[in-house]
Structures are given as C-alpha cells and as structure tokens.
Design a protein around this ligand. Structure first.
Ligand code: FAD
Length: 231
C-alpha cells in the first residue's frame, strides 16, 4: 500500500469471531520469530471471517513485520491467537474523533466499517478522522476511506496530516503534527479513538483533554514494539 506498509491477508482453517478494533497475535509456524500483535483491518461479518487482513508496517530492524511483508513468505503458514483487546466502538450517541498514525489506521477502518455494516446509530453522528503520516507517499487507503465516507449518514471529515513533507512540494493539505488538528470543534462532546505509535497517542490524549474531552471517553491502542525495552 505504501513503501513500508503492506496489506497482509490470512486465509484461516475456520471462521474467527472478533469485534472491530481488536487484534490477534500472529506466529510464524516455520520460524523462531517471536509472535507479534496485529489489529484486524476490516470488520467481522455475522458468521465470522475466514479471510482476515492486517496493515503491517515493516519496522527497521523488526523481525516479524518484515517477515510478514516479504513476498517470499506468501503462502507460508501462520498461527493466530484468539482475538484480544478492548478497543471497540462505545458511545453510539456522541460525535466521533479518530486519530490514526501509520498502520494504526487498520482498527479505525474496522470500527468505521462495523458501524456502517451494522447500521449503528453512531453513523448519524459526525465523524472526524485525522490521519498522521510523514509524507504524501505514506498516505494510503484514501479511496476506501472516501467510499466509507459516502456511506456515513452524518458529516464525515477525513484529514490527512503530513509531518515531514518537503516544504517546496505540491502538497496543499495539512502539515505538522496530526495532534495539532485536534481542536474544540472536533472535540466538543466527542468520543475519541486513537491508534498508532505511543508518542502520538500520548500527545493526542493531552490535546483532547485540553479541548475539554473526558479521559474516560478516550479509547486507544498503542502499537508498542520492542524498541522501548531497556537492556
Ligand atoms: C495491540 C497491538 C496491536 C498492533 N497492531 C499492529 C498493526 O496492526 N500493524 C502494525 O504494523 N503493527 C502493529 N503492532 C506492532 C507489532 O505488534 C510489532 O511490534 C511490530 O510489527 C514490530 O514487530 P517486529 O517483530 O517486526 O519488530 P521487533 O523485532 O519487535 O523490533 C521492533 C524494534 O525494536 C528493536 N528491538 C528489538 N528488540 C529489542 C531490544 N531487546 N531492545 C531494544 N530494541 C529492540 C528493533 O531493532 C526494532 O527497531 C501492534 C502492537 C500492539 C501492541
């Protein structure tokens, strides 16, 4: 999908049941690479899904992510854990403010898809999706997001924000940190859903609270990896 994010699909022996926003741990069957967590990038259907997809970013020096996105490993066997996590759509009667960083878009897409698929009351609320990436080449899934937007019954605002786009480029959209675009208009009475790198989530939570959002109405999944481990 981009130079460092791939959509990885897994065909399962039996149907898996999960809530949009949840994740599984994926283990390669043929290597000793430690299992890692990945969030479903699509909603679940009523009977469960037999084909599931993930947005995986190849992390520099990362073992599992680069194994998963390596074309040489297509058709390799993997084992998935049961679905985990409590990142799912809550309040049906409040505006929605989503902030996604990089591959953190995956569970946000699943949440939006699920709401539309279930014809949930939340589709009648305004939704803002702020997507933080480095540069134009990191933007992905735009057509699919626009298509979801046409199915959302209330206002659907999708704003990509580029943090590292060359000053002289042709980009006319938003620049800077995605968290700078969390304001009173998007936060007023909203429930927040954040997913991506831990520093982005920490900054977004501060910004949301500064704009009057309750901490207990902000839900998040931090895409933690091993780089924070102290030797
Ligand atoms: C709930 C959850 C959901 C997630 N969902 C997604 C998702 O949908 N998509 C996605 O792309 N990612 C997701 N992640 C992140 C994912 O689980 C992995 O952490 C990521 O893919 C990196 O794994 P890796 O094995 O490639 O890298 P690792 O081998 O874990 O390495 C990651 C980084 O840490 C460094 N490192 C490794 N070991 C050490 C050490 N001992 N000390 C210091 N540094 C070290 C490596 O050099 C590298 O830079 C999620 C994480 C969580 C917790």
């Amino acid at each position: 999908m981009t130079h460092d994010i791939s959509k990885v699909s897994v065909s399962l022996e039996s149907h898996i049941h999960y809530r949009a926003g949840q994740y599984v741990s994926i283990q390669s069957s043929d290597t000793d690479i430690p299992a890692r967590c990945y969030s479903f990038a699509q909603s679940n259907t009523p009977g469960g899904n037999q084909l599931v997809s993930f947005f995986v970013r190849g992390v520099t020096g990362g073992r599992m992510s680069n194994w998963l996105i390596d074309p040489l490993n297509v058709n390799s066997k993997v084992t998935l854990s049961a679905a985990n996590g409590d990142f799912y759509l809550r309040d049906q009667s409040a505006p929605v403010l989503c902030v996604a960083g990089g591959s953190g878009l995956a569970p946000i897409i699943a949440l939006i898809e699920e709401a539309i698929q279930n014809n949930s009351a939340i589709v009648d609320q305004p939704l803002t999706l702020l997507m933080g990436v480095r540069s134009q080449r990191d933007i992905y899934y735009q057509d699919q997001i626009n298509s979801l937007g046409t199915q959302w019954r209330n206002e659907f605002r999708f704003t990509p924000v580029l943090s590292d786009e060359p000053v002289a480029s042709n980009w006319l959209g938003h620049r800077g940190f995605v968290t700078n675009y969390i304001d009173q208009k998007t936060s007023l009475g909203a429930t927040g859903y954040l997913c991506g790198p831990p520093p982005m989530i920490d900054a977004a939570m501060i910004k949301m609270q500064e704009n009057g959002m309750d901490l207990n109405r902000i839900f998040f999944d931090k895409f933690l990896d091993q780089s924070g481990i102290k030797p």
